[in-house]
Design a protein around this ligand. Structure first.
Ligand SMILES: Cc1cc2nc3c(=O)[nH]c(=O)nc-3n(C[C@H](O)[C@H](O)[C@H](O)COP(=O)(O)OP(=O)(O)OC[C@H]3O[C@@H](n4cnc5c(N)ncnc54)[C@H](O)[C@@H]3O)c2cc1C
Length: 437
Protein backbone atom coordinates (compact mmCIF):
# COMPACT_ATOMS: atom_id res chain seq x y z
CA UNK A 1 0.00 0.00 0.00
CA UNK A 2 1.14 3.57 -0.68
CA UNK A 3 2.65 5.32 2.27
CA UNK A 4 2.05 8.91 3.34
CA UNK A 5 4.58 10.29 5.83
CA UNK A 6 3.43 13.32 7.85
CA UNK A 7 6.17 15.25 9.65
CA UNK A 8 4.95 17.23 12.67
CA UNK A 9 2.02 16.23 14.88
CA UNK A 10 0.37 19.60 15.62
CA UNK A 11 -3.26 20.26 14.68
CA UNK A 12 -2.31 20.49 10.99
CA UNK A 13 -0.33 17.24 11.05
CA UNK A 14 -3.10 15.40 12.88
CA UNK A 15 -5.65 16.69 10.36
CA UNK A 16 -3.41 15.73 7.42
CA UNK A 17 -2.81 12.23 8.82
CA UNK A 18 -6.53 11.70 9.39
CA UNK A 19 -7.49 13.00 5.98
CA UNK A 20 -4.91 10.85 4.17
CA UNK A 21 -5.93 7.80 6.20
CA UNK A 22 -9.61 8.32 5.44
CA UNK A 23 -8.72 8.54 1.75
CA UNK A 24 -7.27 5.05 2.13
CA UNK A 25 -3.48 5.45 2.45
CA UNK A 26 -1.09 3.92 4.96
CA UNK A 27 -0.06 6.83 7.17
CA UNK A 28 2.86 7.35 9.52
CA UNK A 29 2.93 10.50 11.64
CA UNK A 30 6.32 11.64 12.99
CA UNK A 31 6.33 13.95 16.02
CA UNK A 32 9.46 15.14 17.80
CA UNK A 33 7.92 15.54 21.29
CA UNK A 34 5.96 13.15 23.51
CA UNK A 35 2.65 14.93 22.76
CA UNK A 36 0.53 15.44 19.68
CA UNK A 37 -1.12 18.82 18.98
CA UNK A 38 1.96 21.04 19.35
CA UNK A 39 0.75 24.56 20.05
CA UNK A 40 -2.77 23.16 20.32
CA UNK A 41 -1.84 22.12 23.85
CA UNK A 42 -1.73 25.77 24.91
CA UNK A 43 -4.50 27.40 22.89
CA UNK A 44 -8.14 26.45 23.23
CA UNK A 45 -10.15 29.19 21.50
CA UNK A 46 -12.37 27.80 18.75
CA UNK A 47 -15.41 28.97 16.80
CA UNK A 48 -14.79 32.68 17.51
CA UNK A 49 -15.93 35.03 14.72
CA UNK A 50 -15.21 33.55 11.26
CA UNK A 51 -13.76 30.37 12.74
CA UNK A 52 -17.33 29.19 13.28
CA UNK A 53 -17.97 29.35 9.53
CA UNK A 54 -14.68 27.64 8.70
CA UNK A 55 -15.28 24.85 11.23
CA UNK A 56 -18.70 24.16 9.72
CA UNK A 57 -17.31 24.19 6.19
CA UNK A 58 -14.79 21.54 7.22
CA UNK A 59 -17.54 19.50 8.87
CA UNK A 60 -19.64 19.67 5.69
CA UNK A 61 -16.60 18.60 3.61
CA UNK A 62 -16.20 15.52 5.84
CA UNK A 63 -13.40 16.74 8.17
CA UNK A 64 -15.65 16.61 11.23
CA UNK A 65 -13.80 14.43 13.73
CA UNK A 66 -11.35 16.96 15.17
CA UNK A 67 -14.06 19.59 15.57
CA UNK A 68 -16.23 17.00 17.34
CA UNK A 69 -13.37 16.50 19.80
CA UNK A 70 -12.80 20.22 20.43
CA UNK A 71 -16.55 20.73 20.85
CA UNK A 72 -16.80 17.77 23.23
CA UNK A 73 -13.81 19.00 25.28
CA UNK A 74 -15.11 22.56 25.54
CA UNK A 75 -15.36 24.04 29.03
CA UNK A 76 -17.40 26.99 27.74
CA UNK A 77 -19.44 27.41 24.57
CA UNK A 78 -20.95 30.38 22.78
CA UNK A 79 -19.20 33.00 24.88
CA UNK A 80 -18.22 36.56 23.95
CA UNK A 81 -15.08 38.47 24.95
CA UNK A 82 -13.69 41.76 23.60
CA UNK A 83 -13.77 41.73 19.79
CA UNK A 84 -14.94 38.10 19.69
CA UNK A 85 -18.30 36.38 19.54
CA UNK A 86 -19.70 32.88 19.96
CA UNK A 87 -16.34 31.34 20.99
CA UNK A 88 -15.82 27.96 22.60
CA UNK A 89 -12.86 27.21 24.83
CA UNK A 90 -11.60 23.66 24.86
CA UNK A 91 -9.89 22.25 27.90
CA UNK A 92 -6.22 22.05 26.95
CA UNK A 93 -5.65 19.29 29.49
CA UNK A 94 -8.27 16.98 27.91
CA UNK A 95 -7.99 17.34 24.17
CA UNK A 96 -4.64 15.68 23.30
CA UNK A 97 -5.40 12.15 24.56
CA UNK A 98 -8.72 12.21 22.65
CA UNK A 99 -6.95 13.07 19.38
CA UNK A 100 -4.26 10.46 20.00
CA UNK A 101 -6.92 7.76 20.57
CA UNK A 102 -8.87 8.79 17.47
CA UNK A 103 -5.83 8.64 15.19
CA UNK A 104 -4.79 5.27 16.58
CA UNK A 105 -8.33 3.91 16.14
CA UNK A 106 -8.27 5.07 12.53
CA UNK A 107 -5.00 3.21 11.98
CA UNK A 108 -2.49 6.07 11.83
CA UNK A 109 0.97 4.86 12.88
CA UNK A 110 1.96 7.55 15.42
CA UNK A 111 5.70 7.75 16.09
CA UNK A 112 6.43 10.01 19.07
CA UNK A 113 9.89 11.34 19.93
CA UNK A 114 10.72 10.85 16.26
CA UNK A 115 12.42 14.03 15.10
CA UNK A 116 13.08 14.45 11.40
CA UNK A 117 16.52 15.92 10.79
CA UNK A 118 17.13 15.40 7.07
CA UNK A 119 15.75 14.09 3.79
CA UNK A 120 17.01 11.83 1.04
CA UNK A 121 16.01 13.26 -2.34
CA UNK A 122 16.50 12.35 -5.97
CA UNK A 123 15.75 13.93 -9.32
CA UNK A 124 13.53 12.16 -11.84
CA UNK A 125 15.08 11.29 -15.23
CA UNK A 126 12.82 12.51 -18.01
CA UNK A 127 12.15 10.50 -21.19
CA UNK A 128 14.02 13.13 -23.24
CA UNK A 129 17.19 12.47 -21.25
CA UNK A 130 16.90 15.68 -19.22
CA UNK A 131 16.50 15.84 -15.45
CA UNK A 132 13.22 17.11 -13.98
CA UNK A 133 13.33 20.47 -12.18
CA UNK A 134 11.52 19.24 -9.10
CA UNK A 135 13.13 16.96 -6.52
CA UNK A 136 11.43 13.88 -5.15
CA UNK A 137 11.78 12.98 -1.48
CA UNK A 138 12.48 9.29 -0.92
CA UNK A 139 13.11 9.13 2.81
CA UNK A 140 13.07 11.14 6.00
CA UNK A 141 16.10 10.72 8.23
CA UNK A 142 15.37 10.77 11.97
CA UNK A 143 17.67 11.94 14.76
CA UNK A 144 19.53 8.73 15.61
CA UNK A 145 19.89 7.78 11.94
CA UNK A 146 16.77 5.70 11.23
CA UNK A 147 15.29 6.30 7.78
CA UNK A 148 11.54 6.40 7.09
CA UNK A 149 10.54 5.72 3.49
CA UNK A 150 7.43 7.11 1.88
CA UNK A 151 5.71 7.72 -1.45
CA UNK A 152 4.47 11.18 -0.55
CA UNK A 153 5.21 13.52 2.37
CA UNK A 154 3.27 16.19 4.23
CA UNK A 155 5.23 18.75 6.20
CA UNK A 156 3.40 20.25 9.17
CA UNK A 157 6.35 21.18 11.39
CA UNK A 158 4.92 24.61 12.21
CA UNK A 159 7.03 27.73 12.48
CA UNK A 160 7.96 27.88 16.17
CA UNK A 161 11.55 27.68 17.33
CA UNK A 162 14.23 26.44 17.25
CA UNK A 163 15.84 28.07 20.27
CA UNK A 164 18.24 30.09 18.11
CA UNK A 165 15.26 31.91 16.57
CA UNK A 166 13.75 32.66 19.98
CA UNK A 167 17.12 34.08 21.02
CA UNK A 168 17.79 36.08 17.84
CA UNK A 169 14.28 37.45 17.32
CA UNK A 170 12.82 37.24 20.84
CA UNK A 171 13.86 37.21 24.50
CA UNK A 172 15.51 33.79 24.51
CA UNK A 173 14.05 30.31 25.00
CA UNK A 174 11.07 30.79 27.31
CA UNK A 175 10.48 27.07 27.67
CA UNK A 176 7.26 26.68 25.70
CA UNK A 177 5.26 23.53 25.12
CA UNK A 178 7.53 22.40 22.25
CA UNK A 179 10.38 21.93 24.75
CA UNK A 180 13.27 22.20 22.27
CA UNK A 181 15.90 21.72 25.00
CA UNK A 182 14.54 18.23 25.68
CA UNK A 183 13.21 17.11 22.30
CA UNK A 184 15.46 18.97 19.88
CA UNK A 185 14.90 21.80 17.45
CA UNK A 186 12.34 22.14 14.68
CA UNK A 187 13.76 21.32 11.25
CA UNK A 188 12.42 22.68 7.96
CA UNK A 189 11.91 19.71 5.65
CA UNK A 190 11.08 21.92 2.66
CA UNK A 191 14.41 23.74 3.07
CA UNK A 192 16.31 20.44 3.49
CA UNK A 193 14.72 19.23 0.25
CA UNK A 194 15.98 22.28 -1.61
CA UNK A 195 13.02 24.66 -1.30
CA UNK A 196 13.31 28.18 0.09
CA UNK A 197 11.38 29.25 3.20
CA UNK A 198 9.68 32.62 3.55
CA UNK A 199 10.02 34.62 6.79
CA UNK A 200 7.15 36.69 8.19
CA UNK A 201 7.86 40.20 9.44
CA UNK A 202 6.68 42.60 12.13
CA UNK A 203 5.54 46.17 11.49
CA UNK A 204 9.05 47.49 12.19
CA UNK A 205 10.52 45.16 9.56
CA UNK A 206 12.11 42.70 12.01
CA UNK A 207 11.50 38.99 11.45
CA UNK A 208 9.05 36.65 13.20
CA UNK A 209 6.49 37.49 15.88
CA UNK A 210 5.90 36.73 19.55
CA UNK A 211 3.16 34.25 20.42
CA UNK A 212 0.35 36.32 21.84
CA UNK A 213 -0.77 34.52 24.99
CA UNK A 214 0.32 32.37 27.93
CA UNK A 215 -1.20 30.24 30.65
CA UNK A 216 -1.30 31.03 34.34
CA UNK A 217 -1.93 28.35 36.94
CA UNK A 218 -5.60 28.98 37.76
CA UNK A 219 -5.11 28.03 41.43
CA UNK A 220 -2.51 30.77 41.77
CA UNK A 221 -5.22 33.41 41.22
CA UNK A 222 -7.67 34.78 43.83
CA UNK A 223 -10.80 32.73 44.67
CA UNK A 224 -12.90 35.46 43.07
CA UNK A 225 -11.05 35.32 39.74
CA UNK A 226 -11.13 31.53 39.75
CA UNK A 227 -14.87 31.56 40.38
CA UNK A 228 -15.50 34.09 37.59
CA UNK A 229 -13.45 32.04 35.15
CA UNK A 230 -15.10 28.76 36.07
CA UNK A 231 -18.59 30.24 35.83
CA UNK A 232 -18.32 32.49 32.77
CA UNK A 233 -15.08 31.53 31.00
CA UNK A 234 -13.86 35.17 30.88
CA UNK A 235 -12.42 37.75 33.28
CA UNK A 236 -11.50 41.29 32.23
CA UNK A 237 -9.28 43.01 34.81
CA UNK A 238 -8.40 46.70 34.21
CA UNK A 239 -4.69 47.54 34.43
CA UNK A 240 -3.36 50.57 36.33
CA UNK A 241 -2.09 53.24 33.87
CA UNK A 242 1.59 52.58 34.65
CA UNK A 243 1.26 48.90 33.72
CA UNK A 244 -0.29 49.57 30.28
CA UNK A 245 2.17 48.82 27.45
CA UNK A 246 0.46 49.53 24.13
CA UNK A 247 3.60 48.66 22.13
CA UNK A 248 3.01 45.01 23.03
CA UNK A 249 0.04 44.94 20.65
CA UNK A 250 2.37 45.27 17.64
CA UNK A 251 4.66 42.51 18.85
CA UNK A 252 2.18 39.73 18.85
CA UNK A 253 1.20 37.22 16.25
CA UNK A 254 -2.49 37.36 17.00
CA UNK A 255 -3.66 40.51 15.25
CA UNK A 256 -7.24 39.54 16.12
CA UNK A 257 -6.38 40.47 19.72
CA UNK A 258 -4.35 43.61 18.90
CA UNK A 259 -7.18 45.78 20.21
CA UNK A 260 -6.95 48.50 22.88
CA UNK A 261 -8.94 46.38 25.33
CA UNK A 262 -6.06 43.91 25.32
CA UNK A 263 -3.55 46.64 26.31
CA UNK A 264 -5.74 48.32 28.92
CA UNK A 265 -6.92 45.15 30.67
CA UNK A 266 -5.71 41.73 31.52
CA UNK A 267 -8.08 39.43 29.67
CA UNK A 268 -8.24 35.91 31.04
CA UNK A 269 -9.99 32.94 29.45
CA UNK A 270 -10.68 29.61 31.08
CA UNK A 271 -9.05 26.78 29.10
CA UNK A 272 -8.43 24.63 32.17
CA UNK A 273 -5.62 27.04 32.96
CA UNK A 274 -6.14 30.81 32.98
CA UNK A 275 -5.16 31.86 29.47
CA UNK A 276 -3.67 35.36 29.68
CA UNK A 277 -4.10 37.25 26.43
CA UNK A 278 -0.78 39.06 26.25
CA UNK A 279 2.60 37.79 24.93
CA UNK A 280 4.37 38.13 28.30
CA UNK A 281 3.98 40.08 31.52
CA UNK A 282 6.60 40.87 34.13
CA UNK A 283 5.62 38.69 37.09
CA UNK A 284 6.46 41.23 39.77
CA UNK A 285 4.24 43.87 38.09
CA UNK A 286 1.50 41.29 37.57
CA UNK A 287 1.52 40.39 41.26
CA UNK A 288 0.77 44.01 42.18
CA UNK A 289 -2.67 43.71 40.55
CA UNK A 290 -5.48 42.63 42.90
CA UNK A 291 -6.30 38.96 42.34
CA UNK A 292 -2.84 38.16 40.93
CA UNK A 293 -0.80 38.44 44.18
CA UNK A 294 0.39 34.80 43.89
CA UNK A 295 0.25 34.40 40.11
CA UNK A 296 2.48 31.75 38.47
CA UNK A 297 3.09 31.01 34.80
CA UNK A 298 2.43 27.46 33.59
CA UNK A 299 3.28 28.12 29.94
CA UNK A 300 5.67 29.31 28.78
CA UNK A 301 7.54 28.74 32.03
CA UNK A 302 9.36 32.04 31.51
CA UNK A 303 6.16 33.91 30.54
CA UNK A 304 7.29 36.76 32.78
CA UNK A 305 10.11 37.41 30.32
CA UNK A 306 9.08 36.41 26.83
CA UNK A 307 7.27 33.98 24.56
CA UNK A 308 7.98 31.72 21.61
CA UNK A 309 8.89 33.25 18.24
CA UNK A 310 6.92 32.11 15.21
CA UNK A 311 6.55 32.61 11.43
CA UNK A 312 10.11 32.14 10.30
CA UNK A 313 9.59 29.11 8.11
CA UNK A 314 6.79 29.23 5.53
CA UNK A 315 7.17 26.97 2.50
CA UNK A 316 6.37 28.36 -0.93
CA UNK A 317 3.35 26.39 -2.13
CA UNK A 318 0.45 26.34 -4.55
CA UNK A 319 -3.24 26.44 -3.62
CA UNK A 320 -3.40 22.65 -3.57
CA UNK A 321 -0.83 22.85 -0.70
CA UNK A 322 2.03 21.35 -2.76
CA UNK A 323 5.42 22.80 -1.87
CA UNK A 324 7.24 24.48 -4.75
CA UNK A 325 10.20 22.65 -6.23
CA UNK A 326 9.45 19.29 -4.61
CA UNK A 327 7.16 16.93 -6.51
CA UNK A 328 5.90 14.87 -3.58
CA UNK A 329 5.81 17.32 -0.64
CA UNK A 330 2.59 18.93 0.60
CA UNK A 331 2.34 21.27 3.57
CA UNK A 332 -0.24 22.55 6.06
CA UNK A 333 -0.67 24.79 9.11
CA UNK A 334 1.83 27.53 9.93
CA UNK A 335 4.30 25.82 7.60
CA UNK A 336 1.99 26.66 4.70
CA UNK A 337 1.39 30.36 5.38
CA UNK A 338 1.31 33.09 8.00
CA UNK A 339 -1.77 31.46 9.49
CA UNK A 340 -2.84 31.83 13.12
CA UNK A 341 -5.05 29.23 14.72
CA UNK A 342 -6.14 25.68 15.33
CA UNK A 343 -9.03 25.95 12.87
CA UNK A 344 -6.69 27.35 10.22
CA UNK A 345 -4.24 24.48 10.87
CA UNK A 346 -6.97 21.83 10.64
CA UNK A 347 -8.38 23.41 7.46
CA UNK A 348 -5.03 23.52 5.61
CA UNK A 349 -3.82 20.19 7.02
CA UNK A 350 -6.97 18.36 5.93
CA UNK A 351 -6.54 19.60 2.36
CA UNK A 352 -2.81 18.74 2.35
CA UNK A 353 -3.45 15.17 3.53
CA UNK A 354 -6.25 14.70 1.00
CA UNK A 355 -4.11 16.01 -1.87
CA UNK A 356 -1.19 13.80 -0.87
CA UNK A 357 -3.44 10.81 -1.66
CA UNK A 358 -4.62 12.41 -4.92
CA UNK A 359 -0.93 12.67 -5.87
CA UNK A 360 -0.51 8.94 -5.24
CA UNK A 361 -3.46 8.24 -7.50
CA UNK A 362 -2.10 10.52 -10.24
CA UNK A 363 -5.12 12.81 -9.77
CA UNK A 364 -5.19 16.58 -10.07
CA UNK A 365 -4.94 18.17 -6.60
CA UNK A 366 -8.11 19.64 -5.14
CA UNK A 367 -8.12 23.45 -4.94
CA UNK A 368 -10.92 24.77 -2.78
CA UNK A 369 -13.00 27.53 -4.39
CA UNK A 370 -12.79 31.11 -3.15
CA UNK A 371 -16.56 31.00 -2.68
CA UNK A 372 -16.01 29.24 0.64
CA UNK A 373 -13.98 30.77 3.46
CA UNK A 374 -11.39 27.99 3.69
CA UNK A 375 -10.60 28.18 -0.03
CA UNK A 376 -10.51 31.96 0.04
CA UNK A 377 -8.13 32.09 3.03
CA UNK A 378 -5.72 29.62 1.40
CA UNK A 379 -5.68 31.56 -1.88
CA UNK A 380 -5.61 35.04 -0.30
CA UNK A 381 -2.75 34.21 2.09
CA UNK A 382 -0.72 32.82 -0.81
CA UNK A 383 -1.26 35.81 -3.11
CA UNK A 384 -0.32 38.21 -0.32
CA UNK A 385 2.97 36.50 0.53
CA UNK A 386 4.40 38.10 -2.59
CA UNK A 387 4.06 41.60 -1.09
CA UNK A 388 5.93 43.34 1.74
CA UNK A 389 2.61 44.14 3.48
CA UNK A 390 1.54 40.55 3.07
CA UNK A 391 4.58 39.40 5.06
CA UNK A 392 3.45 41.58 7.96
CA UNK A 393 -0.13 40.29 7.88
CA UNK A 394 -1.37 37.26 9.79
CA UNK A 395 -4.21 35.25 8.31
CA UNK A 396 -7.03 34.07 10.53
CA UNK A 397 -10.78 33.64 10.31
CA UNK A 398 -10.94 35.07 13.85
CA UNK A 399 -10.27 38.74 13.20
CA UNK A 400 -8.21 41.56 11.72
CA UNK A 401 -7.90 41.87 7.91
CA UNK A 402 -9.10 38.44 6.94
CA UNK A 403 -12.28 38.44 9.04
CA UNK A 404 -13.15 41.84 7.54
CA UNK A 405 -12.65 40.36 4.10
CA UNK A 406 -14.89 37.40 4.99
CA UNK A 407 -17.64 39.81 5.98
CA UNK A 408 -17.16 41.98 2.88
CA UNK A 409 -17.34 38.94 0.61
CA UNK A 410 -20.44 37.56 2.36
CA UNK A 411 -18.51 34.45 3.45
CA UNK A 412 -19.14 34.82 7.20
CA UNK A 413 -22.16 32.94 8.50
CA UNK A 414 -23.22 31.19 11.69
CA UNK A 415 -26.07 29.37 9.97
CA UNK A 416 -25.04 25.73 9.75
CA UNK A 417 -27.53 24.88 7.00
CA UNK A 418 -26.46 27.83 4.88
CA UNK A 419 -22.78 26.86 5.23
CA UNK A 420 -23.49 23.20 4.39
CA UNK A 421 -25.58 24.33 1.40
CA UNK A 422 -22.68 26.40 0.08
CA UNK A 423 -20.28 23.46 0.36
CA UNK A 424 -22.80 21.22 -1.41
CA UNK A 425 -23.29 23.70 -4.26
CA UNK A 426 -19.57 23.45 -5.00
CA UNK A 427 -19.81 19.65 -5.09
CA UNK A 428 -17.59 19.33 -2.00
CA UNK A 429 -20.02 17.61 0.35
CA UNK A 430 -18.12 14.91 2.27
CA UNK A 431 -15.17 15.14 -0.15
CA UNK A 432 -12.72 14.31 2.68
CA UNK A 433 -14.79 11.25 3.59
CA UNK A 434 -14.33 9.56 0.20
CA UNK A 435 -11.90 6.69 -0.06
CA UNK A 436 -9.59 6.93 -3.06
CA UNK A 437 -7.34 3.92 -2.52
C1 LIG B 1 0.58 30.40 23.38
C2 LIG B 1 -0.30 30.17 22.19
C3 LIG B 1 -1.69 30.25 22.30
C4 LIG B 1 -2.50 30.04 21.20
N1 LIG B 1 -3.86 30.07 21.34
C5 LIG B 1 -4.68 29.79 20.31
C6 LIG B 1 -6.07 29.67 20.51
O1 LIG B 1 -6.57 29.84 21.61
N2 LIG B 1 -6.84 29.37 19.43
C7 LIG B 1 -6.30 29.17 18.19
O2 LIG B 1 -7.06 28.88 17.25
N3 LIG B 1 -4.97 29.25 17.99
C8 LIG B 1 -4.14 29.54 19.02
N4 LIG B 1 -2.79 29.60 18.85
C9 LIG B 1 -2.24 29.39 17.49
C10 LIG B 1 -2.32 27.92 17.10
O3 LIG B 1 -2.00 27.13 18.20
C11 LIG B 1 -1.38 27.58 15.95
O4 LIG B 1 -1.49 28.52 14.89
C12 LIG B 1 -1.68 26.19 15.38
O5 LIG B 1 -2.00 25.28 16.40
C13 LIG B 1 -0.47 25.75 14.60
O6 LIG B 1 -0.58 24.39 14.27
P1 LIG B 1 0.52 23.68 13.36
O7 LIG B 1 0.11 22.25 13.30
O8 LIG B 1 0.68 24.41 12.09
O9 LIG B 1 1.91 23.87 14.12
P2 LIG B 1 2.44 23.41 15.58
O10 LIG B 1 1.35 23.40 16.55
O11 LIG B 1 3.64 24.24 15.81
O12 LIG B 1 2.86 21.90 15.35
C14 LIG B 1 4.07 21.55 14.73
C15 LIG B 1 4.48 20.20 15.29
O13 LIG B 1 5.60 19.72 14.56
C16 LIG B 1 6.54 19.17 15.48
N5 LIG B 1 7.86 19.22 14.82
C17 LIG B 1 8.59 20.31 14.50
N6 LIG B 1 9.73 19.94 13.90
C18 LIG B 1 9.71 18.60 13.81
C19 LIG B 1 10.62 17.63 13.28
N7 LIG B 1 11.75 18.02 12.71
N8 LIG B 1 10.27 16.33 13.35
C20 LIG B 1 9.11 15.94 13.94
N9 LIG B 1 8.22 16.82 14.47
C21 LIG B 1 8.52 18.12 14.39
C22 LIG B 1 6.42 20.05 16.70
O14 LIG B 1 6.89 19.42 17.86
C23 LIG B 1 4.91 20.29 16.75
O15 LIG B 1 4.22 19.31 17.48
C24 LIG B 1 -1.93 29.76 19.93
C25 LIG B 1 -0.54 29.65 19.82
C26 LIG B 1 0.27 29.85 20.93
C27 LIG B 1 1.76 29.70 20.80
Amino acid sequence: MYRVVVIGGGWSGCAAALSARKAGADVVLLEKTDLLLGLGNVGGIMRNNGRFTAAEENVAMGAHELFEITDRCSRHVNIDFPGHQHASLYDVTKVEPCVRRLLREKGVDIRLMARAVDVVVRKRDMSDGKIAKESIIEKIVLAGGEEVEGDVFVETTGSTGPMGNCLTYGNGCCMCILRCPAFGPRVSISAKAGGSDIMGKRKDGSFGAFSGSGKLEKQSLSEELQHKLNETGVAVVPLPEKAIKREKLDMKVCKQYALNEYAENIILLDTGYAKIMTPFFDLDTLRQIPGFENARYADPYAGGKGNSIRYLSVAERDNGMKASGIENLFCGGEKSGLFVGHTEAISTGSLAGHNAVRYLKGMKPLELPVGIAVGDLITFANENLATEDGLMTRYTFAGAEYFNRMKDKGLYSVDRDEIAGRVKRYGLENIYGERMI
